[in-house]
Design a protein around this ligand. Structure first.
Ligand SMILES: C[S@@+](CC[C@H](N)C(=O)[O-])C[C@H]1O[C@@H](n2cnc3c(N)ncnc32)[C@H](O)[C@@H]1O
Length: 223
């Protein structure tokens, strides 16, 4: 796949796919979006809701640039105490040529970042004392696991580009992957997605979105 590197509204960079006219993150601010949607509305919420003393399990759809994973590892180190086991899937792992572009970014805590990209696919790797990573080279369609998760970062390309990943089967699969009380977050606020999550048995909230997006979605699996 052919990529271009673009600078977004908050000066952080992301990848643009000309063939799909789609980006890995918001053009209004890649880092701001990742922090807002996945860290502030997802991870921080789960940590604050009492997960301090145990190992958190996080699943990410689409490892991509590694931005969500890096921010999560940094937050886990900062909050102290807990550990995070982070499973991420990616059918198109980036080559060094592409991920190296992000190493001069202020957010890209270099040691975590390179270690994450170089972690062996299919093997648990301790990235920090608070963060273990398992990268899998697969699609969500093919992904199977016995693990269940406290938090899902649903970071697929948008419904215009990948409609199938926002269909009821995918949202039901997410609901099944969550632990009781588990949380699903995404930048997407589409009505059909919200209704699909509700139909899958989740309690859905519409929250203020990052710059350029009025709303985002958070959904919790009731006990
Ligand atoms: C919006 S980008 C997310 C980027 C990533 N979370 C990051 O922080 O850079 C979507 C990601 O999903 C991956 N992807 C595409 N098709 C997929 C599929 N069927 N299953 C899982 N991931 C997929 C893409 O390669 C891309 O890395």
């Amino acid at each position: 796949m052919k990529f271009e590197i673009i600078t977004t509204g908050d000066s952080s960079k992301t990848l643009h796919l000309p063939a799909l006219n789609e980006q890995y993150h918001s053009k209004h601010g890649a880092l701001t979006e990742a922090n807002h949607v996945y860290i502030q509305k997802g991870l921080e919420q789960v940590i604050e809701s009492g997960a301090k003393e145990r190992t958190l399990t996080v699943f990410e759809l689409g490892f991509g640039t590694g931005m969500n994973a890096v921010l999560t590892a940094a937050k886990m180190a900062e909050s102290g105490g807990e550990k995070c086991n982070y499973v991420t899937i990616e059918p198109h792992m980036l080559s060094e040529e592409h991920y190296a572009v992000f190493e001069d970014e202020s957010w890209a805590l270099p040691k975590f970042y390179r270690a994450m990209h170089q972690a062996v696919v299919g093997e648990w790797t301790a990235i920090t004392p608070h963060f273990n990573l398992l990268k899998l080279n697969t699609t969500f369609e093919a992904f199977t696991t016995d693990l269940r998760f406290d938090l899902i970062y649903y970071d697929a390309f948008g419904p215009r580009v990948q409609p199938d990943l926002w269909e009821p089967w995918a949202l039901e699969k997410c609901a099944d992957l969550l632990n009781e009380n588990g949380t699903w977050v995404s930048y997407c606020a589409k009505g059909t997605v919200r209704r699909g999550l509700e139909a899958a048995g989740l309690n859905v909230e519409r929250l203020p979105g990052p710059p350029g997006k009025r709303e985002m979605l958070r959904a919790v699996k009731a006990k």
